[in-house]
Write a protein that binds this ligand. Sequence first.
Ligand SMILES: N=CN[C@@H](CCC(=O)O)C(=O)O
Ligand SMILES: [Zn+2]
Length: 432
Amino acid sequence: MSTSFKTLVKNAKQVVLVCRNAEKYLTKNEMQSLAIIENGSVVIGHDGLIKAVGPADTIESQFKGTTFDQVLDVSGMCVLPGLVDAHTHPVWAGDRVHEFAMKLAGATYMELHEAGGGIHFTVEHTRSATEKHLLEELKSRLERMVRTGTTLVECKSGYGLDLDTELKMLRVINSAKKSLSIGISTTHCGAHAVPKGKTMEEATQDIVTVQLPVLKKQMASGELQVDNIDVFCEKGVFDLSSTRRILEAGKDMGLNINFHGDELHPMNSAILGAELGALAISHLEEVTDEGIAAMATSKTSAVLLPTTAYILRLSPPRARKMLDSGVIVALGSDFNPNAYCCSMPMVMHLACVIMKMSMTEALAAGTINAAYALNRSNTHGSLEIGKQGDLLIINAPRWEHLIYQFGGHQELIRYIIIKGEIVYENNKVLNL
Ligand SMILES: N=CN[C@@H](CCC(=O)O)C(=O)O
Ligand SMILES: [Zn+2]
């Protein structure tokens, strides 16, 4: 065994492993009792992977005489896995603060969309923005996510709706992925809306016969890396048969199906997703009982987005029914110009309060199950030997403070570690 390692994080009050036996996801009762070590330590190797995690005294004797590049004594603090945000739209120009005011005054999401605002407003600004500007904005948003504990995030395109702008957005995501340490799962969401001037059929045809073939070429040549295919399956956007066509075309080129469904109207998206072997369906505020049963059987994860229901004043998705039926429930921030929230601790808090999840369920949903939704639960989502050394360290005596305290996680989060490197340290002392 090597006698030199990258990082030792020792003497934590609690180390929350989440999983015990390399589970790829947790459901039902497994989400009630997460694996936790009291007074624990974690060792991360030079390859950025976890080499040991266990009681502090066991690790101390096991690694006696070993050298570490860095040792962090986190006495009194808690260590959790880096959080996983399973749904974001982080590449765009032009905010929609003016629409927030309109929504507060009573306008609905679809009324704004049909009047040419909403996604269309963002598309206009994103099409005319330079790649450089979009990249700078994306990087600062991703850094903000890291500071709130996210170490793996799904990033969608979808404010281009034409070949050139969708490719521009995907290139921006790829550049950020190369230059930042946060993990990224990239999603083509060219079917986020029907672009102005096109019918749904024309937009579907464009995606299947123009956008996806170019993507396929660029993926094969290594120019672009894309992991997932997405469609906004919704009344007035893409219907079930267009959604099927696009998702099947994406699947045929090796992309994971991960799409928006049953948000504002019951569309039978969940049934379709289960039939196609989707890895994830997001939103599901209006999913039917049959849809829930189908997702439980097909092991299609439900990515629930409490920020959306909150900001649009929708009835929240029926998380309890899904959890009790054995669906793999994951969480995402849905960061976008409509729901401007980068913070997974806030998302987990909302999931508990407005969707009636327990804190252990919310943490499992924001770690291992979100990693499953992105096909990354072999590397992320729990603190187990062989997984990536991504840690979130909070200055509190119990891990639940991460969810219990809301609106001030910047006071609580002490370190963020990715692949064994400290990427964020919060120890600023201000003179007040
Ligand atoms: N519902 C569709 N897409 C996004 C919102 C995108 C936007 O409004 O810009 C969502 O997941 O909430
Ligand atoms: Zn979305």
